[in-house]
Design a binder for this molecule. Structure first.
Ligand SMILES: [Zn+2]
Ligand SMILES: [Zn+2]
Length: 311
């Protein structure tokens, strides 16, 4: 049981105290969503090569954007390279160690790139917490931690990653070869002008990875088919799996590949039997949210030591 006082440092890591940050009027925790809207007035410009050009709010110059946040890659990198999987340009789809610098592309104008940078900062914190759990997995200390993050920021970050990976042609899609541009609605969601459609957004798996080792690194798969085009993505961070659905799954997930996944969970609890790291997500959608709890067994799971197979 973790108890917080209004004068504690806010678990969203803003640096402010809780009562001046995410504490709601009824004692609830309400992490505020990041603002991704560009500052008014609109520029009216549509810069060629920016995937948000349809919003007619570009600056004139394209800027180099890491479709996987540079901060996240840096966090996961050892000596400047990161273990990464799921991109077609990787030789025979094996997990590879890549220098973080190769993962940048010119896919957004500077103005749109800057507007989304707050999402990268949120995702970095979230993935750092997960990575911390895995890195401390074998330590016997009881170090319970509680974190707070806005869930809409995490799913918009996932959408940004999907748009960037496909638009820059770094992800395989079906049908191949088309000049894919994100639908207008997706761009509006990214830049705070629209909400995710019903049952779209993030699904988190409650399944423990069925592997001996937790592998530090990043995996990405874009979902697409001939009928629906691009409709989602799976992003794994150290084998914790997050699915972004951009086409509404059925209400009953049982006969879908999302069985055992929870839509927009209230929280994610990771425990190894002696310590627990809990991330609570804030949602402003008026729905009831279930939590996801993943109990790892220390005898079964360990973080893969560097240099053991797989690369
Ligand atoms: Zn806060
Ligand atoms: Zn733009």
């Amino acid at each position: 049981m973790i108890e917080l006082s209004p004068n504690d440092a806010c678990p969203c890591e803003s640096g402010r105290i809780l009562r001046e940050c995410c504490l709601g009027a009824e004692g609830d925790l309400r992490p505020v969503a990041s603002v991704t809207r560009c500052q008014a007035p609109k520029t009216g410009a549509q810069t060629k090569g920016c995937y948000a050009a349809a919003l007619a709010d570009c600056s004139a110059d394209l800027s180099r954007e890491h479709f996987i946040s540079r901060g996240v890659l840096k966090e996961l990198s050892d000596g400047g390279t990161v273990r990464i999987d799921g991109f077609p340009w990787q030789t025979d789809r094996a997990i590879q160690r890549l220098p973080t610098a190769v993962l940048g592309s010119n896919i957004l104008c500077r103005r749109h790139n800057i507007a989304l940078s707050t999402l990268d900062a949120v995702a970095l914190r979230f993935f750092r917490w997960i990575d911390q759990f895995h890195r401390e997995f074998d330590a016997d200390q009881h170090d319970d931690r509680f974190f707070l993050v806005n869930g809409h920021d995490i799913e918009r970050w996932m959408l940004k990653t999907l748009c960037g990976a496909v638009f820059s042609k770094n992800a395989t899609i079906n049908p191949a070869g088309s000049n894919w541009v994100p639908p207008m609605e997706w761009v509006q969601i990214l830049f705070g002008e629209a909400q995710f459609p019903v049952r779209c957004g993030v699904y988190i798996s409650g399944n423990i990875p069925d592997t001996e080792f937790i592998e530090r690194g990043y995996k990405f798969v874009a979902f697409s088919n001939g009928a629906a085009g691009v409709y989602g993505a799976r992003i794994s961070m150290n084998d914790e799996t997050f699915v972004l659905a951009m086409s509404s799954p059925p209400e009953d997930l049982e006969n879908t590949f999302l069985a055992n996944h929870v839509y927009r969970p209230r929280g994610l609890a990771l425990t190894n039997g002696c310590c627990e790291k809990i991330t609570q997500f804030g949602w402003d959608d008026g729905l009831v949210h279930r939590g996801v709890r993943m109990a790892y067994e220390k005898s079964h799971h360990a973080v893969k030591p560097e240099g053991v197979g797989g690369s």
